[in-house]
Design a protein around this ligand. Structure first.
Ligand code: ADP
Ligand code: UVW
Ligand code: MG
Length: 393
């Protein structure tokens, strides 16, 4: 299967039909119902399975989604529904494009659970529930990893024993692909360079960077799992792998404890106790030293990736900030790119503070853009693309 990256709206034609998009995360379900590009309904069910939360599990969360839709006369039983699009986080090397869900596809997504134990089971729960409710309806899986399937072996390969790596499917896959696909395309268009060279910084709770050229992804910061790369809300990002050995051998931690430490008690939360960037910035403004260190570690890592991806691309047309932090934090944008004028990178303070679409000065060689991501719209587009191709074929 080949990657179908870089597609524009033109490639798939207009969006026709009504699609329900389910973005089932480890602790939340986001949904959106679209008629063409028009949003009919959307919402989020959060804190699934957390202590004290009224939402016990994903099944319960999906029932809430179904009820919310039904209450608005837009229930899952609606004959007008054309398809359901599901975000699936890990597609391994098996899935490099959106795929119509069958029994066999479900089985293959199950086989990938060991590579994404936090995410794929949640995605599968969503798929199972909606297939039970609407077995007649085409359902499509849109994979986070798919957009990154074009990265070269040089970028995808970890320098470890090849036999071990191949047998155990250890390589870099990358995540947040629908966001990187959408934002890189929007950013290139926003600066009048469709097909240009783009660095995307997706900064949400999870965070990742990518280098995209001509609509193809060349590099991305997440690896075999969504733990590698940037500093995140609760995840460490890059780390000397020997730290893991040390924690086991010297500190006597179990693998589950280390997993929990690196995925849930690290990143901004580990550094200063807060994983919400708004809280970190408030403390920073009040002179809190832990928040200052956390913020500087976060921005330093970002700057390193910008430099690295500049080198990977050779030339850069636009650096795009997206995700809750990237879209809303002028301070992160300013600090991460501070002092890079010699590379043609600069941020205009007034534009940046106002959060304009382009926040670099007019004469900057490299544009800096703020591009709100829209994973649900991208999933809907890709879902309808598959449906129309299936119908034609
Ligand atoms: N105005 C803001 N300033 C700084 N950070 C913000 C702002 N608004 C939201 N954020 C941050 O965005 C992050 C969540 O990003 P989002 O993309 O919504 O997450 P998710 O990965 O769960 O989709 C949180 O850390 C939140 O603090
Ligand atoms: C793959 C991943 O990191 O997703 P999220 O940011 O939604 O946790
Ligand atoms: Mg997100």
């Amino acid at each position: 299967m080949s990657g179908r990256d870089g597609r524009g709206e033109g490639d798939e034609g207009e969006m026709v039909g009504r699609v329900l998009v389910l973005n089932t995360g480890s602790s939340s379900v986001k949904y959106r119902l679209l008629a063409g590009a028009e949003r009919l309904a959307s919402g989020t069910v959060e804190r699934i399975g957390e202590p004290g939360s009224p939402v016990a599990d994903h099944e319960a969360a999906l029932k809430i989604v179904a009820t919310e839709l039904a209450d608005r006369g837009l229930g899952l039983d609606s004959p007008e529904l054309t398809a359901i699009g599901h975000r699936v986080v890990h597609g391994g090397t098996t899935f490099t494009e959106p795929t119509l869900i069958t029994e066999e596809v479900v089985r293959k997504i199950e086989e990938l659970v060991p590579l994404a134990p936090l995410h794929n089971p949640a995605n599968l729960a969503g798929i199972e529930v909606t297939r039970r409710l609407r077995p007649d309806l085409p359902q499509v899986a849109v994979f986070d990893t798919a957009f990154h399937s074009t990265i070269s072996p040089a970028a995808a390969t970890y320098a470890i024993d090849r036999e071990v790596a191949e047998r155990l499917r250890i390589r870099r896959y990358g995540f947040h692909g629908t966001s990187h696909a959408y934002v890189s395309r929007e950013a290139a268009a926003a600066v009048g360079r469709p097909g240009g060279n783009v660095i995307v910084l997706h900064l949400g709770n999870g965070a990742s960077a990518s280098a995209v050229s001509g609509g193809r992804c060349l590099e991305t910061s997440m690896g075999m799992t969504p733990l590698e790369g940037l500093v995140m809300g609760t995840r460490s990002g890059d780390l000397d792998p020997a730290v893991v050995l040390y924690l086991g051998r010297v500190a006597g931690m179990s693998l589950d404890e280390i997993d929990e430490l690196l995925n849930r008690r690290s990143g901004m939360r580990g550094l200063c106790g807060d994983n919400d960037m708004r809280a970190v910035q408030e403390r920073l403004a009040a002179g809190d030293r832990d928040a200052r260190l956390a913020f500087s570690v976060y921005c330093h890592r970002l700057r390193k990736y910008v430099g690295a991806y500049y080198a990977v691309l050779g030339t850069v047309d636009v650096i795009a900030f997206t995700g809750g932090v990237g879209e809303n934090s002028p301070l992160v944008r300013q600090t991460a790119l501070d002092g890079l004028e010699a590379m043609g990178i600069a941020v205009d303070p007034a534009r940046n503070a106002r959060g304009e679409r382009i926040v670099s000065p007019d004469d900057a060689a490299v544009k800096v853009a703020v591009i709100p991501t829209d994973e649900e719209l991208e999933i809907a587009r890709q879902t309808l693309g598959i449906i129309s191709r299936t119908n034609r074929g």
